[in-house]
Design a protein around this ligand. Structure first.
Ligand SMILES: [Zn+2]
Ligand SMILES: [Zn+2]
Length: 431
């Protein structure tokens, strides 16, 4: 099989682009309503998010890429609806995939007919069926997880982390494919093995906010083992961070450094059998981007892995108070059955005294005033500090985020920093 030409999408609207003429020019799909901008083609491999839809039914959360015979552009119905450049790769949503796996192609057609509003057009149904059959009859075995779908967020709790880790490891070991950098089997096996050994970290809401604020100003960082809170790890933020909306990240030590992977959650909005299968076969996380770094690699402060690196730094500089989560009895038992040590989940939260608040900064902040019943993060910046043997090494330490206000008061939004806590304020009963 020859390699297909690289798929392109528009950098502005994230829609996959069609080609027109020779030499090919890239155009928006005909049925796409844009604001009139010219398409800006970039390879799909460079984008975290692409607005694909299920090629069977139009669902906005496609999950799998299937390969089959080339189906050329086909129009159904007089007024658009289904006008697409069907190639040899089709995107399938989790529901269509479930029907296809169960040999219920008629159900896929029903779904498409309903989605396209062709309920009263028997001819349209027939055409859709032909189209699906043309593809499915020539389908090649196997499927590739679509990792660029912008799923709404699934919240992952600390107690669920061992289960989330195990499913992710199972997916890396399985036969469903991954695109691009994670396509190679040896890389996948290494990450799966790393996940088995991984320290599990869950970052609480306030600490996630702090990390997200701090990452915006992160300088270039020289990667080394001392930055990391464990040799291998999986870390989940309590909500997705940065404009990339990264939900989780893993790091795996390899023979020549570390493989860092960012993840998004998937599956939100599904239910019944499609959800159950997705959780069994994929789990909760889909890789978004990955990078292999070696020791002393200089990682730019705006790199996609910066959120992970900033969170490591905040944990290792002890801005965090790390506690251990109680793990589910069921999970503990299932680990015991397979002779695995009970999993440990570490929860990172902001330390009792604000963690990073130097006492001098607190007194220098002056009298917060009698009316103050909440605390504010005032500012913060990274400073490269010497450390290690002979203090020859440098690593960024987040200086400040110093808290102003009475100890123990809830932490609130300031003018410069986003809200760090949504805890209910204490009653104003002072004086
Ligand atoms: Zn566009
Ligand atoms: Zn579908």
């Amino acid at each position: 099989m020859t390699a297909a030409p690289e798929e392109m999408a528009c950098q502005i609207c994230l829609s996959p682009l069609n080609t027109l003429g020779t030499p090919p020019t890239y155009v928006h799909p005909i049925q796409l309503a844009t604001d009139g901008h010219e398409p800006v083609p970039v390879p799909v491999s460079q984008l975290d998010t692409v607005r694909l839809t299920c090629d069977f039914c139009g669902d906005p959360y496609p999950t799998w890429t299937l390969l089959g015979g080339e189906v050329h552009a086909v129009a159904v119905g007089a007024t658009a609806g289904l006008v697409q450049n069907f190639g040899e790769a089709w995107a399938a949503c989790a529901v269509c995939q479930t029907y296809i796996d169960d040999g219920r192609n008629d159900k896929v057609v029903d779904r498409a007919v309903r989605a396209l509003g062709f309920g009263h057009h028997p001819q349209a149904r027939e055409r859709i069926e032909q189209l699906h059959r043309a593809f499915l009859n020539t389908r090649v075995p196997g499927r590739t997880l679509i990792t660029t779908t912008a799923w709404p967020t699934t919240a992952i709790g600390a107690r669920e982390l061992p289960k989330v880790r195990d499913r992710l490891g199972g997916f890396y070991r399985g036969s469903d494919e991954l695109p691009f950098a994670l396509a190679a089997t040896d890389v996948r096996q290494q990450i799966a093995a790393g996940l088995d050994r991984a320290g599990l970290f869950w970052i609480d809401g306030d600490f996630t906010d702090l990390a997200e604020y701090a990452v915006e100003k992160l300088p270039d960082v020289t990667i080394s083992r001392d930055l990391m809170p464990s040799t291998d790890g999986l870390l989940v933020w309590s909500r997705p961070v940065t404009r990339r909306q990264i939900a989780a990240a893993s790091w795996t030590s390899t023979s020549d450094g570390w493989q860092l992977v960012n993840y998004r959650t998937l599956g939100r909005g599904l239910d019944g059998t499609p959800l159950q299968r997705l959780r069994e076969q994929v789990g909760w996380l889909a890789s978004m981007s990955t990078v292999q770094v070696h020791d002393q690699h200089v990682l730019p402060g705006d790199h996609p892995a910066a959120a992970l690196v900033a969170t490591w730094l905040l944990i290792t500089q002890q801005a965090a108070e790390v506690t251990t989560a109680e793990v589910d009895k069921v999970i503990r038992k299932s680990y015991a059955r397979t002779n695995r040590a009970a999993p440990e989940v570490r929860i990172a939260r902001i330390g009792a005294n604000g963690g990073t608040t130097p006492p001098s900064a607190r007194s220098a902040s002056g009298d917060p005033g009698p009316s103050q019943t909440s605390r504010f993060w005032v500012s913060g910046h990274w400073r490269n500090q010497p450390y290690g043997p002979g203090r020859a090494l440098r690593r960024p330490v987040y200086i400040n985020p110093f808290l102003r206000g009475p100890d123990g008061a809830p932490i609130k939004l300031s003018t410069t920093v986003r809200m760090l806590s949504s805890h209910k304020p204490k009653s104003e009963d002072h004086d």
